[in-house]
Design a protein around this ligand. Structure first.
Ligand code: ZN
Length: 460
């Protein structure tokens, strides 16, 4: 008779045994509650009762959890021989090994048989494999929530909040360490949604007779970084490095439908490769594509090669910013004349009269050297982006003219967690943080965590 068959025959008996064990645990718990609540003429409030439950339920549920495993997997707990997972040699159980583990439900003790293959010099537990027990004391369910939380708050704060809300005492060091381990496993392939997921969103947005507009917006944001140093060493001098990123979204009827964000402190070539991977997942024939960016040359090169049919649009807000700079230098801050000039210039750009604007700038008599320099820069900027300025026809076609979308994604993904005052990031850790935050924002965190879990399963 094989093991599975034995387990099956015993099952009704095990169920009954489990029921009795849980009844015992309930009795233990009730005794505790009775003592606390019905003593004298106490009149506990909701908050007091809730705290009492929070305090006692960890022990109660932890015990139930343990009983459930013991009965459900009794055949593995009583197993005497087991084939080695590496060489298949039959190994005899020589000892029991105790594992103290903590889940979201509380503490449990697993006393399971431990096998050792002398040929492979390999120790293993079949129960750990079936249960997917983490080597750490705090199990994957806790790890997953803790990492998710610390993508939004500092590790120390995450530890406080976690304890307050769940009763689980996890250290900031544990959260940090787990965060790093998940971050190392987080990769672009998992963080960008699948082609099917993207197709589904496009289908939902395809309501009118026109294909929906898909926006690809790229930009760079500077983040505070510092070199890696050991705890005992003095920290090296910090520097600002550019996180390059893109956001892909659909323009819905009255809102943006997010598809994917990706930001990393990286060079231009890697940015291009990353964007290419995302571009392959977008069914480009189902959408009209708008490419948005500021004047930076590197991003246009990659956006146009990844999305050859995309309509290039110079981000209106960046463009306006450059025009305000000239107004300030030439006419002074907030002068009426300066504002009038800005208004008429933007209006002409709206109608794509780039040559007119450039001609006007060239005829301008610069007030001083600073004004002269700003004018020169603006002429160059407009010349370089000539083909990307056509705001009126963009509007007519329903295309966006400004990348408010990437600006807000940048703020949300990079700035809120990475630009916390006094925070200087080691490049690798900063990138891990960006990857996990992008995964959460893209709705792909489950997939990222799953890869981490698979890489950290027992008996590997
Ligand atoms: Zn072996």
């Amino acid at each position: 008779m094989d093991t599975a068959c034995v387990a099956y025959n015993l099952e009704p008996e095990r169920k009954e045994l489990f029921r009795h064990m849980i009844h015992d645990e309930v009795d233990k718990w009730v005794d505790q509650i009775i003592d606390e609540v019905f003593e004298d003429d106490k009149q506990p409030t909701i908050m007091e009762l809730s705290e009492l439950f929070a305090k006692t339920k960890q022990k109660f549920f932890g015990a139930c959890f343990q009983r459930l495993i013991e009965q459900k997997y009794s055949y593995l707990l009583e197993q005497e021989y087991c084939p080695c997972p590496k060489c298949a040699k039959s190994c005899k159980n020589r000892r029991y090994s105790s594992k103290h583990m903590v889940t979201m439900q509380g503490s449990s003790e697993l006393n399971r048989p431990w096998f050792y293959c002398t040929d492979c010099m390999f120790g293993f537990s079949p129960l750990d494999e079936v249960l997917e027990v983490s080597r750490k004391r705090h199990q994957f369910d806790i790890q997953k929530k803790a990492v998710n939380l610390s993508a939004d708050v500092t590790f120390a704060r995450g530890s406080d909040i976690f304890k307050d809300l769940t009763g689980q005492d996890i250290s900031d060091h544990f959260i940090h360490e787990t965060f790093d381990a998940v971050g190392v496993q987080a990769r672009l392939e998992d963080i960008i949604p699948s082609r099917e997921q993207i197709e589904e969103k496009i289908e939902k947005a395809s309501t009118g007779k026109w294909r929906p507009i898909l926006v690809v917006a790229s930009d760079g944001a500077h983040l505070p970084t510092r070199p890696k140093a050991k705890r005992s060493e003095k920290r090296g001098k910090g520097q600002w490095q550019e996180a390059k990123g893109f956001r892909i979204y659909l323009l819905g009827d009255d809102r943006i439908i997010h598809i994917a964000s990706w930001h990393q402190i990286q060079d231009e070539a890697q940015f291009g490769k990353d964007l290419a991977l995302a571009a392959l997942r977008v069914p480009q024939q189902l959408v009209r594509i708008a490419l948005l960016g500021d004047g930076a040359g590197w991003l246009w090169k990659h956006m146009t090669s990844c999305f050859p049919k995309g309509r290039e649009v110079l981000d209106y807000y960046h463009c306006a910013e450059h025009i305000y700079k000239v107004a300030k230098a030439q006419y002074g801050k907030k002068s009426i004349k300066g504002l009038e000039w800005v208004e008429s210039t933007i209006c002409r750009l709206f109608y794509a009269e780039i040559s007119n604007v450039i001609g006007g700038l060239r005829r301008m008599q610069p007030k001083d050297n600073e004004a002269k320099e700003e004018i020169r820069k603006l002429v160059g900027y407009l010349n370089n982006n000539r083909e990307r300025i056509h705001y009126k026809s963009d509007r007519k076609g329903g295309y966006p003219i400004g990348s408010g979308g990437i600006e807000s994604a940048n703020k949300f993904i990079s700035h809120t967690r990475l630009k916390r005052s006094g925070a200087w990031w080691v490049k690798e850790t900063g990138n891990e943080m960006l990857r996990i935050r992008c995964a959460i924002y893209n709705g792909t965190y489950d997939k990222v965590f799953e890869r981490y879990k698979q890489a950290n399963l027992p008996n590997h």
